[in-house]
Design a binder for this molecule. Structure first.
Ligand code: GTP
Ligand code: SPV
Ligand code: MN
Length: 608
């Protein structure tokens, strides 16, 4: 390893970019962009990432030697490392995230806006000379299987070895991606620097018309791993609208019934609302014969195929998942998966130097996420948004179809949110158009995945509030038009695992037991399960949910499967007001859906 470190020093530090950089790509557009960025940011040296396992190890060694990483207990957690981020840099920063389009209206009220000229000027000033004394890394990556027509490539330039290591675990990065980029000639340009980590000088800017991203001042997750939210959602949603597909904040999971039928389902839940857990679900013993396969846990790219079916790929190849709450009971697959070859960010540690987090059943934290002696007076031991980064191949229920260029056919789309009250366990939309309204009306309590207040209900349409790269009104129009192009429309559902009683306890056991709800969803797709129609959609009767061996009272099940009509009427009114805030661009079909349901709820004859 020492030898490799020396190699980095000699190869890159002795060849400053000003002196004859070797031509490392035959794509001149890429080469000249890299040269120009180097001129602007003044790194000591440049390294083009090849994506090999040896290179990953080399980066790990560099980070261990400069303190970016520390080693965790290698006997219990082989090849696991801990990164403690700057305490001011622990989550996405929606208030510092901008979409820069010529017209503010094109970014929409759902985004912070700046003109491209102002955006570039503001952020370019911060990039001036920011890599002096640092290395610059060029990361070619491919979002989606290298051979898939649905995949799209990008290049991230960064000065953070932590970003390189995370990108290696989470994307298909390196030489193969570079080859595809050179053949295609187009790629998303992502420029990132950790800058000085001062929140005053932190911005994440998107230039959708230029297919480019500039991010400075944060080294954390979605702010810094530009392939993820910045490219695969904000830029990709813009591209998808132009090209006739959808880029969504959705997990993709395969559900194999005891009879052997496999259905693939795509679910959009807001950040920290259960995607990773559902994607890796372990069937409970009381539902024997079911198998669950993970295709993706965060992002889905959806295309109509030649036969008019909806197909999905996961653009990522690894997970950046929430650690707290993970244990043998809630998510055994994830718990096992993160016991090796994992980078932990902002967890606590035990005396034995094992990682520790709230919800872990064994061990006692002695050091908190900031590296201080743990004292509960300082709050939690692990940061609530502490994360694991692992390659998808670590996942015990990883589906090999995640690498299939043609993706998987989708039977159902499921929206969901985190709501203590009101939203029932599950209901089914009456049509695609109604489903678009259900998605547009998603509301959820805010979580620690973003800096800011936690637990406040906000509208989070399609779980895309922080991630849609253009005006939501145009996005809903695109969803409506997209449905017209599908011959076989997937059914659309809404779920809520998070209803609580007056004591603040969850009414539904969640996690593996969520399979019972997925079973109903699949059987509805097959035309088998029962339901009754209500103004909000089709609701299961209590007996339609498989409760074999489930410890749940009839009263609780009744509460979970029914709707308070008056409260829902108020909710629909609020959805209507929210939609109207988008003004003239709001598609009429969506307004009509809302008005039809609001009118039905106002009729006194309806009883839920
Ligand atoms: P992002 O990575 O931020 O997009 O989050 P995510 O949607 O993948 O959420 P994740 O599965 O990581 O879950 C977030 C938190 O919710 C964790 O602390 C989980 O333990 C908890 N959680 C997940 N599923 C359930 C559930 O069914 N019931 C309850 N009560 N909690 C859940
Ligand atoms: C989310 O916040 O939805 C995440 C984590 O998945 S991040 O990568 O930071 O966006
Ligand atoms: Mn997410």
């Amino acid at each position: 390893m020492r030898h490799l470190l020396v190699t980095l020093e000699t190869v890159y530090k002795k060849r400053p970019f000003t002196e004859n950089i070797p031509m490392t790509t035959k794509l001149s557009a890429l080469q000249s962009w890299v040269d120009q960025v180097a001129d602007h940011t003044q790194p000591d040296a440049i390294h083009w990432c090849t994506g090999t396992d040896d290179e990953y190890q080399e980066f790990i060694e560099i980070m261990l030697s400069d303190g970016t990483l520390t080693t965790l207990n290698q006997e219990q957690y082989p090849n696991c490392y801990l990164h403690r981020s700057d305490p001011s840099d622990v989550a996405r920063v929606e208030h510092l995230t901008f979409v820069c389009t010529d017209e503010a209206e094109d970014a929409g009220p759902n985004n912070n806006w700046m003109s491209p000229a102002d955006g570039h000027a503001k952020i370019d000033a911060l990039f001036d000379g920011c890599m002096k004394g640092r290395m610059m890394f060029v990361i070619p990556y491919c979002m989606g299987p290298i051979g898939s027509p649905y995949s799209r490539c990008g290049v991230e330039i960064t000065d953070s070895p932590y970003v390189v290591a995370n990108m290696k675990l989470m994307t298909r990065m390196g030489s193969d991606a570079l080859e595809r980029i050179e053949n295609e000639g187009t790629f998303v340009r992502g420029l990132h620097s950790t800058g000085d980590l001062d929140p005053e000088r932190r911005f994440i800017m998107h230039f959708p018309d230029e297919l480019s991203i500039k991010s400075i001042g944060s080294g954390y997750g979605g702010n810094a791993l530009l392939g993820k939210k910045c490219h695969a959602l904000r830029i990709a949603s813009h591209q998808a609208r132009q090209e006739g597909w959808l880029a969504e904040h959705m997990l993709i999971v395969g559900l194999e019934s005891p009879a052997g039928a496999v259905h693939y389902v795509a679910c959009a839940f807001p950040s920290a609302c259960g995607k990773t857990n559902l994607a890796m679900l372990v069937p409970p013993d009381s539902l024997p014969g079911w198998k669950v396969w993970t295709l993706g846990d965060d992002i889905a790219w959806l295309h109509p195929d030649e036969g008019g079916k909806l197909r999905a790929i996961n653009p990522e190849s690894g997970y950046f998942g929430v650690v707290p709450g993970t244990n043998e009971t809630t998510n055994k697959n994830a718990y096992d998966m993160i016991m090796h070859d994992t980078i932990f960010t902002n967890v606590a540690t035990t005396e034995d130097n094992e990682p520790w987090w709230e919800g872990k059943k064994d061990g006692t934290p002695t050091t908190d996420w900031q590296g201080r002696a743990f004292d509960s007076a300082n709050g939690k031991a692990a940061h609530p948004n502490s994360r694991f980064t692992v390659a998808a191949t670590n996942n015990p229920c990883y589906s090999s179809l995640a690498d299939a260029p043609e993706g998987v056919p989708i039977s159902a789309i499921v929206f969901g949110g985190r709501r203590k009250q009101l939203a029932p366990l599950v209901y089914e939309a009456k049509s695609w158009k109604h489903g678009v309204l259900v998605g547009a009306g998603v509301a959820s309590e805010t979580t620690s995945a973003n800096v800011g207040e936690v637990g406040v209900i906000r509208r989070d349409p399609m779980a895309m509030k922080p991630f849609c790269g253009y005006n939501f009104a145009d996005y809903w129009s695109h969803w409506l038009a997209f449905g017209e192009r599908l011959e076989h429309l997937p059914k659309i559902f809404h779920v809520n695992w998070f209803r609580q009683n007056d004591e603040g306890e969850f009414l539904w056991p969640g996690f593996g037991e969520n399979l019972r709800v997925l079973e109903w969803i699949i059987e509805r797709c097959e035309g088998r399960a029962g339901a009754h129609e209500s103004p909000i959609g089709f609701l299961p009767n209590p007996e339609d949910i498989n409760t074999t061996d489930l410890d749940i009272s009839p009263q609780v099940l009744e509460a979970l499967t029914s709707v308070d009509r008056e409260q829902w009427r108020i909710e629909m009114e609020s959805v209507g007001e929210y939609l109207e805030s988008y003004g003239d661009r709001l598609p009429d079909a969506l307004r009509q859906q809302q008005q039809t349901i609001a009118a039905e709820l106002s009729k006194s004859t309806y009883k839920s």
